[in-house]
Design a protein. Structure first.
Length: 133
């Protein structure tokens, strides 16, 4: 299995490898890694038992628990494009939940509408030009 490691994880592995090869003490390693010596011992035990993959967080590479399904991501902008193309995100969100039973937050809908070109944020809009008096 491929393990994606950040620079911090690689540095941690190198320091722990130095401790295992007796080039560095646990106290010095703790100062370098900015953790307590007890945590160095805990990391060394995990490294010996499970290998390099134990230094990487278990949730790395996994989707978020709050991620919405891709089917919903595809369906909602299509419904908005068909029925509510001229609606603002908040009102479109209300209509989606009332009429189509599609519940997403207004901010999520706003981000999706911006990505699909259905909504232009106020900061990106062209300024209104007023005639001088």
């Amino acid at each position: 299995m491929l393990i994606l490691m950040s620079d911090k994880d690689i540095n941690r592995f190198k320091v722990l490898q130095d401790v295992l090869e007796h080039r560095l003490s646990q106290v010095d390693a703790a100062q370098i890694l900015d953790i307590l010596p007890r945590q160095v011992r805990r990391l060394l035990a995990k490294l010996k038992l499970y290998g390099v993959s134990s230094l990487v967080h278990g949730s790395r590479g996994q989707p978020s628990n709050n991620k919405l399904p891709e089917t919903l991501r595809a369906e909602v902008p299509e419904v908005v494009r068909t029925y509510y193309a001229d609606f603002a995100p908040t009102f479109a969100c209300e209509k989606l939940s009332e009429d189509h039973n599609l519940c997403v937050s207004k901010e999520t809908l706003r981000q999706w509408m911006i990505a699909d070109g259905l909504w232009v944020p106020h900061a990106k809009r062209k300024p209104r030009i007023h005639q001088p008096r």
